[in-house]
Every structure is written in structure tokens, then in C-alpha cells.
Write a protein that binds this ligand. Sequence first.
Ligand SMILES: [Zn+2]
Length: 183
Amino acid sequence: MPACRIASIRVLLLILPLFTACAHIRTSRAVDTQPQYELTTAAPDADVPVVRSDEVVATLPLEDVTAEEAAAFKAEAVRLVDHPDPNCRRLGDAMQAHLAGLRMYENALVRYVGPYKFYGVGHSYQSDGDWKIRIARRLNDLNPRTLDEETGTLRHEMSHTLGARERRVGEEWSARDYADRCA
Ligand SMILES: [Zn+2]
């Protein structure tokens, strides 16, 4: 099968659950959600730009998780299950439950907002009751991310399966809190 054919099938497989995700309204049951993203920038206080589902589809060919990444992510889940903080233990449980839905994409999704450049390095959404977690391997062609950085994104994105939001609300941990405090 030619590479372009494979690529178009991959894109189609990605488009379908995203269309499904957009068609549903959030309820208390396990339902589809909008994609959520980890965005990194030199100016963390800047407003986080909204990334549309179709941008993800158009620009990010997905790849399977490598053996090295899989080993690192599984080790992270095992480590967190014994963490002294109960929130981090819950995060470890979430990883055990959702690692099978994890995929990588090659380059981060770049967005410009005013003077700031953002790199979308991870996203997560729920489709048909299953969580899809995506992590970027590189910021761009010249800047690969380390396994540690990918694992930090894993903590961030997996925390969304526990209901964590991008911004802290009261005493509830944000996704960034999970990524930082469980490191
Ligand atoms: Zn997030």
C-alpha cells in the first residue's frame, strides 16, 4: 500500500472520532469531550490559545509509541502507584487504565498569539468512552523533546482523565499541578 494511502487512512481514522467528539454534549456519564492541550511557552501567564480539532487532524500524523517510550511510560505509572501523595497515586491508576490509548505525534502544534509562540505538545479527549492521549516527540524539526519531557506531558494529559482542568480551581489541582507535583 503506498505511503500516501496509509497516511490518508491514518488521517481518516483520526477525523472520525473527532467528528464524534464534536457532536456530543457533556453529561455526567462517560461521554466524548473536546480535545484538551498542553501548551508550552516562554510566557506561561499568557492566555492559552484555543486549538481546533481540524488543526490537529491536518498537521499531526500520529505514530505508534516506541518500545523506549512505552517502557518509560509504564515505569512512570508503576512509580506513581506508590507515590506518597494520594493525587499522584490516582494519576498512576489512571495511567494504568489509559496507557493503551496513548499515541505519539512527531511535531508540536504551533500557535501564535500576539508576541507569543505556543507549542501544543500534548492533547487528550474522550471518544466513545475511551480516552485518547497524544504526546509530541519534538517541538519542531530541530528541537526534539526528552523522554522526561514526554513523561511530564503524560502526567499532564492523563490528569485530564481524572477531571483536572488547565487552570487551578480552588484547591483542585490543575493538569500542570499534576505534571509538576507528581514529578
Ligand atoms: Zn491540558
